[in-house]
Design a protein around this ligand. Structure first.
Ligand SMILES: *[C@@H]1O[C@H](CO)[C@@H](O)[C@H](O)[C@H]1NC(C)=O
Ligand SMILES: *[C@@H]1O[C@H](CO)[C@@H](O)[C@H](O)[C@H]1NC(C)=O
Ligand SMILES: *[C@@H]1O[C@H](CO)[C@@H](O)[C@H](O)[C@H]1NC(C)=O
Length: 467
């Protein structure tokens, strides 16, 4: 039971999870942070501190480097965490490996992570290596693993990252590598886009019940490979999934929710399973040998693809380009829209979600961006614009015209229409009006919208504010 302990935010109304771990972590690192003040002249003026955050997602693992002004945090409690950029300031320093950590055997974890550490060593000044905290946070791909396997992989990661002969950074071998709960991921994502959009500046806040409060912060939507997240500051304290976030001496009550198996790839596996069931294309064991292909309404017409079920079994599908039917299957088989809703209003699967304030800007990142970009509607767009474009491409293209009709799709060509339909149905289930503007973004001012920035902000907060 590693991951439920690690909810870093303090839940206000929801369950109270994880404080002991957090306090321990903070006090340990607090000592480190204090020791980072170099008493000798040259370095004393340099109060820049660094941190490294590894995002172990379901389809890949990335490392990002950040810095902040140590003295400023200590003095005022008002702080900014900046992504480290390359020399020209145009490109964020980051490194990525594929596939996801959840696919790696424990014995191979060190070798798998090594290229990221190799790059991280270049990002951080050598003199700062020993004092630079390093964290690895894994998300839904790892949440889906059986507990024993999950723990073995995390232990292997912690053993490697904590091995001072190979990794010189400051790493806590007990709490440094974790599988984080989806709600933490959602809150980190919220902090990331709000920090990048300049919405966490001191003095931005107004009372949580005023209409204007909604406009002050932005909503964060994230569509990963295995899970999807939503987080925003509602007009009134939410009835569940309510979290208090305290940054820059300002308090926010945030609704944060994560849906496991609703990420793009995990949802596609569930969709394929529903095709198997619906078409009764005989029971799974014989499908493997069958030359019969599943009819796939979410696939581009005449396009053959292989798709993987949650069981790992691979089936062959034949696209039929029936976008309306594709959407209908997603609504009826995947989203649980008719599930019992105990606390109204609900979004999907009978899960409570308060209204998103009408004037609140919405930022949709990761696969929301990827798919909108493939459909050429990235940037400021709307559900209805995305829907129009997807409908056009997904009904009119066929196997021979797909590559030229959707040149940016590349490896995603077999899943793009499914993903577009999923996005339309999810956002609609969140009660976002079809014409409302949504910012489909990957970066803001060249900075990645990955939740890692929010995780780093939270860590800096914990390091300094609780000691
Ligand atoms: C920084 O990244 C940008 C964008 O990739 C690139 O054009 C530029 O040459 C890089 N600058 C340096 C100094 O590495
Ligand atoms: C905190 O506020 C300062 C000053 O308004 C701002 O520069 C900084 O970016 C804010 N911090 C975060 C994490 O957004
Ligand atoms: C469903 O399965 C039954 C029994 O295996 C078979 O007789 C029937 O033809 C199947 N229907 C379809 C639509 O494949």
């Amino acid at each position: 039971m590693r991951w439920p302990l690690n909810l870093v935010m303090r839940p206000s109304i929801g369950a109270s999870i994880g404080l002991p771990a957090v306090v321990l972590l903070a006090s340990q690192l607090g000592v480190a942070a204090a020791a980072a003040i170099d008493p000798n002249g040259a370095l004393a003026a340099d109060s820049q501190s660094y941190g490294l955050m590894i995002d172990a997602g379901s389809s890949g693992t990335r490392v990002y480097a950040y810095y902040w002004d140590h003295d400023k945090v200590t003095r005022s409690g008002i702080f900014a965490v900046h992504p480290l950029m390359n020399k020209s300031g145009k490109k964020q320093l980051a490194s990525k490996i594929k596939p996801g950590l959840s696919t790696v055997q424990p014995a191979n974890v060190a070798k798998y992570l090594q290229p990221l550490i190799q790059d991280a060593l270049q990002y951080i000044p050598i003199a700062k290596h020993a004092e630079t905290p390093l964290y690895l946070k894994a998300t839904a791909g790892m949440r889906l693993l059986p507990a024993a396997q999950r723990d073995a992989v995390i232990d292997a990661a912690a053993a490697y990252l904590g091995d001072k002969s190979r990794v010189p950074f400051r790493f806590d071998s007990v709490y440094g590598a974790q599988v984080i709960p989806g709600e933490s991921e959602a809150l980190y994502g919220w902090m990331t886009v709000n920090a990048l959009a300049g919405r966490l500046n001191k003095g931005q806040q107004s009372p949580p019940t005023s209409g204007a409060a909604g406009a002050q912060t932005v909503a964060a939507l994230d569509l990963g490979g295995a899970s999807t997240q939503v987080a925003f500051k509602p007009l009134y304290a939410p009835l569940s999934n309510s979290y208090r976030v305290h940054i820059n001496r300002t308090s926010h009550v945030i609704y944060a929710q994560s849906y496991l198996r609703f990420g793009m790839n995990a949802a596609h596996r569930r969709y394929t399973a529903s095709l198997v069931r619906q078409q009764n294309a005989t029971a799974p064991p014989s499908l493997e040998k069958s030359t019969q292909m599943l009819r796939n309404p979410c696939g581009i017409r005449n396009m053959q693809s292989s798709a993987t079920l949650e069981t790992g079994q691979v089936v062959q599908t034949l696209g039929t380009g029936q976008f309306a039917e594709c959407r209908a299957i997603i609504r009826s088989s995947l989203l649980g829209l008719d599930s019992f809703c105990a606390t109204t209003p609900c979004a999907v699967n009978g899960v409570y979600m308060p209204d998103m304030p009408a004037d609140m800007p919405i930022y949709a990142t990761s696969n929301y961006f990827e798919i909108s970009d493939i459909l050429d509607v990235a940037g400021s767009s709307s559900i209805s614009r995305l829907l129009d474009r997807a409908q056009d491409k997904c009904t009119n293209l066929d196997a021979s015209s797909a590559a030229s009709g959707l040149p940016k799709a590349k490896d995603d060509i077999g899943i793009v229409c499914f993903a577009a339909a999923l996005i339309v149905e999810l956002l609609t289930a969140y009660r976002i009006p079809a014409e409302r503007q949504i910012h489909f973004v990957e970066k803001l001012s060249d900075r990645s919208t990955d939740w890692t920035l929010g995780a780093m902000i939270d860590m800096v907060n914990e390091i300094y504010m609780t000691t």
